[in-house]
Design a protein around this ligand. Structure first.
Ligand SMILES: Cc1cc2nc3c(=O)[nH]c(=O)nc-3n(C[C@H](O)[C@H](O)[C@H](O)COP(=O)(O)O)c2cc1C
Length: 322
């Protein structure tokens, strides 16, 4: 079994120490496991969103601009992800959400570039040779969020943002935890409860990864949303709610002063964490592109005056002004 941890925290920081504690517990229950840690702080990604020197996994297209020179470690990280059977992602909470480094990495490497519904469709169409079919492996994941604050108000978007990383690959999250009060460098090692929870998370990950796929279960604390087990909810009109983390749709009612969320099967299937929603999203993107494509020739004439005007007000950073 191959277990990969990815840290978006500072090198040797609280996130990394929490992940190492979880990984040591993995080693204790699974001594023959291959255990690896990648620090995103050490990964060179490049500075352009979407375009970059990373080869698109499905189209094999490689858009490269002068600004994209320099090393690119993303294929290395992706290879480790593809090889892993189980993944732990850890990130500190910065400014109430998971560290931007994590999202930056995901936006440039994962998401639509590593989409299990696209890969499944390409295999079904006989174009499987263009896909890294290791994406179809049924992996499990655990999520670790770490913050200095001691209450939920300063940590709200930590775990929800961590969830966004792996769902396009169809990876099931089997445990998750937010560690509160890690307020000084390395101080998490003083928190016995946090360390023992991290160790438990490592053991749960191995236990669930060892189960046949249909027998795998979520082993963490339950949440109001039955899919991502979090409690962040968007109010979308009337009594309708949408899970702000995974987009499962339901209704809200109050019973004896308690909030109760009810989800139908249809509402659960609209969660972006479900394959059906990934497939529908793919169809939606194709539909939108299909409707826009005949009007493409109108774009240059409309874009030109806007960009000409924009050039006059765009500030050139010192690093580009030479
Ligand atoms: C710029 C900055 C913003 C932060 N914002 C938050 C926050 O909103 N909520 C919180 O709980 N902790 C916040 N923290 C504290 C970090 O989450 C905490 O120090 C964490 O242990 C750092 O993780 P690391 O050691 O793995 O890098 C912030 C720290 C920094 C430097």
């Amino acid at each position: 079994m191959k277990i990969l941890a990815i840290s978006a925290g500072s090198v040797a920081g609280n996130t990394e120490l929490t992940l190492l504690t979880a990984l040591q517990a993995v080693q204790a229950v699974k001594p023959d496991a291959t255990i690896q840690l990648i620090r995103l702080e050490e990964i060179r990604i490049g500075n352009r969103l979407i375009t970059g020197q990373f080869e698109h996994p499905f189209t094999k297209e490689q858009k490269r601009t002068a600004a994209d020179s320099g090393p690119d470690d993303r294929p290395f990280v992706l290879e480790a992800i593809m090889e892993a059977d189980a993944i732990i992602i850890g990130a500190p909470v910065l400014n109430r959400g998971a560290a931007g480094l994590l999202k930056y990495f995901a936006d440039k490497t994962l998401g639509p570039f590593q989409d299990v519904s696209v890969a499944t469709e390409m295999v079904a169409q006989g174009r499987g040779e263009r896909v890294d079919q290791r994406i179809l492996k049924k992996r499990v994941a655990a999520l670790v969020s770490v913050g200095g604050a001691v209450s939920s108000d300063w940590t709200t978007l930590g775990l929800p943002m961590l969830h966004q990383l792996l769902f396009p690959m169809g990876i099931m999250v089997v445990d998750q935890v937010h560690i509160y009060g890690a307020g000084l460098p390395g101080s998490v090692v003083l928190d016995d409860d946090a360390l023992s929870r991290a160790a438990q998370l490592g053991r749960s990950l191995v236990e669930q990864a060892s189960q046949p796929v249909e027998g795998r279960k979520y082993a963490g604390a339950p949440g109001k949303c039955p899919i991502c087990n979090l409690n962040v909810v968007a109010l979308i009109g009337g009594n309708q709610v949408e899970c702000a983390s995974c987009a499962a749709r339901g209704t809200v009612r109050i019973v004896d002063g308690e909030v109760v969320l009810d989800f139908t099967q249809e509402g659960l299937n609209s969660s972006v964490f479900r394959m059906q929603a990934l497939v529908e999203h793919g169809a939606e993107i194709k539909k939108v592109a299909g409707e826009l494509r005949p009007k493409m020739q109108e774009i240059p004439n409309k874009v030109k005056p806007l960009l000409n005007w924009g050039a006059a007000i765009t500030l050139v950073p010192p690093s580009l002004s030479g």
